[in-house]
Design a protein around this ligand. Structure first.
Ligand code: GTP
Ligand code: MG
Length: 186
């Protein structure tokens, strides 16, 4: 049992957290393919857009964590919009898409609201055509202060590691929001 309404019928976790996230990047970097693969992977239960476009990415005993992902063309990204996470994709075989990805991350990290941002090199399977090295990706992400992943939206390589990190970061973000709320009450 991997996805679908059957899993959703068991939504009983007492703590249920929901976040919005965008998947962005230059045209053709693989945003649609990435999303399609991500929501169909083991451990993710997905409802189609007509049913709310919701993906449950984590279902612990007490905590259910859900994300609504929206594919957003780079020109339509509004950094101040109400989303908690952004996956900025670039194509490892396409240098200009890396430059565009860097610009997008800068735009997203240059705002006051706290968001979790990832720079993600896609098309890892195209080994021979690769133009951006892992070291360049890692160094750049370290400078930008965001997470870095390399994935293939075709083979699903790297997607599980990304999901684990997303779960951790969103739970930490939730904790931070709760702490801020408590501090205000004091
Ligand atoms: N080899 C390989 N091809 C990929 C991968 N991801 C996407 N593609 C291919 O790249 C092309 C573009 O993928 P899309 O998912 O449509 O990219 P997109 O970013 O959604 O494109 P737009 O919405 O038009 O901006 C398609 O031919 C995909 O099959 C990947 O990881 N590996
Ligand atoms: Mg698309």
């Amino acid at each position: 049992m991997k996805c679908g309404s059957e899993l959703f019928s068991h939504m009983k976790a007492p703590y249920h957290y929901h976040f919005d996230a965008i998947v962005t990047g230059e045209d053709g970097v693989g945003k649609s393919t990435f999303l399609e693969k991500f929501v169909s992977m083991d451990g993710v239960a997905h409802r189609k857009p007509a049913e709310g476009g919701y993906s449950r990415i984590c279902d612990l005993k007490e905590v259910e964590l859900g994300v609504t992902f929206t594919e957003t063309p780079s020109a339509a990204v509004k950094p101040e919009a109400e989303f908690a996470a952004a996956a900025v994709l670039f194509d490892l075989t396409n240098g200009p898409s890396f430059v565009k990805g860097i610009r997008l991350v800068r735009m997203l990290t240059g705002i006051k609201q706290k968001k979790v941002i990832y720079l993600i090199g896609n098309k890892l399977d195209l080994v021979r055509e690769r133009k951006i090295s892992t070291q360049d990706g890692l160094n750049t992400a370290a400078q930008l202060g965001c997470g870095y992943f390399e994935v293939s939206a075709v083979t699903a390589d790297g997607l599980s590691a990304f999901r684990q990190r997303l779960i951790r970061d969103l739970l930490l973000l939730r904790l931070e929001i709760l702490k801020k709320g408590l501090a205000k009450d004091e």
